[in-house]
Design a protein around this ligand. Structure first.
Ligand code: ATP
Length: 451
């Protein structure tokens, strides 16, 4: 089915997006609707995406009454903090749009905490883009957790749609796992990252109406300086309120190689779809191979098909483990992780563990330290007072530490890596396609013109 496209003008824009939104506007908020919604939300815990599609609430009312600590920025303000979206601040590009580093402080707005931020600018096109932007604001604006990236604010002005997040010093997991510019990630660091991401998913799934993340993959797992992980990119997430919408249920979206088989073949989306995707990332962490590697033989192209049969055989596991780990791991821990991956990747969603079980299984693996330990060199980014300078010459000053906390010199390999990160990345398609029943259709009537 061919994707339908809408222009910005066609889609239902909240009143506050049409006006300049430097201030939260107080003009014409629909008091009745707001009252009705707050009555409803006193019995339920949050506002859902569907409240926007059936016009129960406007973004303006929502941000005045329901958002937790979210700032509304003008386009000019975000231009200023990113130095005019300068190439020196460029962090990368994904399906949503380009991302730039910026720096906030109270010279921009009183009360703003001084901190580096990542500013994501939506490419100006269509209803699906707006749906993704709105999903981020609605979900991350209301749900706060140590393992979800913190949404600091947004801009919704004329055609501009931007999001402002806390800045994550080490970028995303994909760069660390597959580009390995800081050396191979040690096994226990991988477990720590997986555990954090698992806790993020567990939190989403435990909501009264579970949030299904729908796009779990390494590029959506961001890392802080101490390798604590946070989920980002909630554009495809659904808060459970859209389940009855036919346009939503017939859309199959995500990234090739990570989506669960029942979702691909029948559009059947549950929290267990996220568990399957988690299994794929766990397998990637074990093997340092990507979910899909098109250059490989037919048999080995799809990681799950190739590796899953070997996960239960102790003799075969070591053959598929990332060779760059050079045996520096607890085999006991590896076996447990492999068995967990096997379960998560079950064809039958009912046979997969919940994310709570995943967390409980991973936690003790962190204690299995019987590793032949070599020094792991990692880089502590310089933050704080010199942050603005750091934006301009962020690759020039780095402090290197060993895991033993010994200080050492700047790591040239890492510097090269940071440069690499700034390079313009090719666009990656977000839609999943297959030869059979898989297709992408845009969320249409949800965001169709207001009557
Ligand atoms: N909060 C953040 N802090 C630091 N870097 C970030 C942040 N958010 C995104 N980035 C970086 O910006 C780049 C683009 O990220 P984005 O999330 O838009 O796309 P992606 O996840 O790489 O791809 P896709 O859209 O296909 O999932 C990546 O290099 C990512 O690491």
């Amino acid at each position: 089915m061919k994707a339908m496209r809408f222009s910005w003008k066609n889609i239902c824009l909240p009143i506050s997006c049409i006006n300049n939104t430097n201030q939260k506007t107080t003009t014409n908020p629909s008091k009745e609707r707001l009252l009705m919604l707050s009555r409803q939300t006193s019995v339920r815990s949050r506002v859902y995406l569907s409240d926007f599609s059936n016009s129960t609430i406007s973004l303006n009312d929502f941000s005045n009454s329901f958002l937790i600590d979210i700032h509304i920025f003008t386009y000019e303000e975000l231009k200023t903090i990113t130095q005019g979206f300068s190439k020196y601040n460029y962090l990368g590009e994904g399906g949503f749009g380009e991302v730039y580093k910026g720096f906030l402080d109270d010279s921009l707005k009183t009360g703003l905490k001084a901190q580096p931020v990542a500013v994501k600018a939506l490419k100006r096109e269509g209803g699906q883009g707006h749906r993704e932007w709105l999903a981020e604001v609605v979900i991350l604006g209301q749900l706060k957790h140590p393992h979800l990236v913190n949404l600091i604010g947004y801009c919704c002005e004329d055609d501009h749609r931007l999001l402002v997040y806390e800045y994550m010093e080490r970028g995303n997991l994909e760069e660390h796992l597959f580009q390995q510019y800081g050396g191979a990630l040690p096994w226990l660091t991988r477990v720590k990252i997986l555990l954090g991401a698992a806790k993020g998913l567990e939190f989403l799934h435990k909501e009264e109406k579970p949030v299904i993340y729908r796009d779990f993959k390494p590029s959506n797992i961001l890392l802080s300086s101490d390798y604590s992980s946070k989920l980002s990119d909630f554009g495809l997430a659904t808060d459970g309120s859209e389940a009855q919408d036919s346009n939503f249920t017939k859309s199959v979206m995500g990234t090739e190689g990570y989506a669960a088989p029942e979702y691909i073949s029948a559009g059947h989306l549950t929290t267990m779809s996220d568990v399957f995707s988690f299994g794929v990332v766990l397998l990637e962490m074990l093997t340092a191979r990507k979910a899909v590697e098109k250059y490989r033989s037919q048999r080995a192209r799809n990681l799950v098909e190739w590796a899953r049969p070997m996960l239960k055989d102790a003799n075969k596991i070591e053959k598929i483990i990332d060779p760059s780990l050079e045996g520096r791991y607890s085999f006991e821990g590896i076996k447990k992780a492999a068995a967990l991956a096997y379960q998560c990747l079950s064809q039958n969603p009912k046979s997969r563990p919940t994310m709570t079980t995943v967390v409980k299984t991973l936690e003790p693996i962190l204690d299995l330290k019987d590793i032949q330990n070599g020094p792991f060199v990692y880089i502590v980014p310089v933050t704080g007072a010199n942050e603005v300078d750091d934006i301009k010459c962020k690759d020039d000053v780095r402090v290197v530490k060993e895991e033993t906390e010994k200080e050492a010199n700047v790591c040239p390999r890492h510097r090269a890596g940071r440069r690499k990160r700034r390079k313009h990345k090719p666009m990656r398609s977000r839609a999943v396609y297959s030869d059979t029943t898989l297709y992408k259709s845009l969320g249409t009537s949800l965001y169709s013109p207001a009557e």
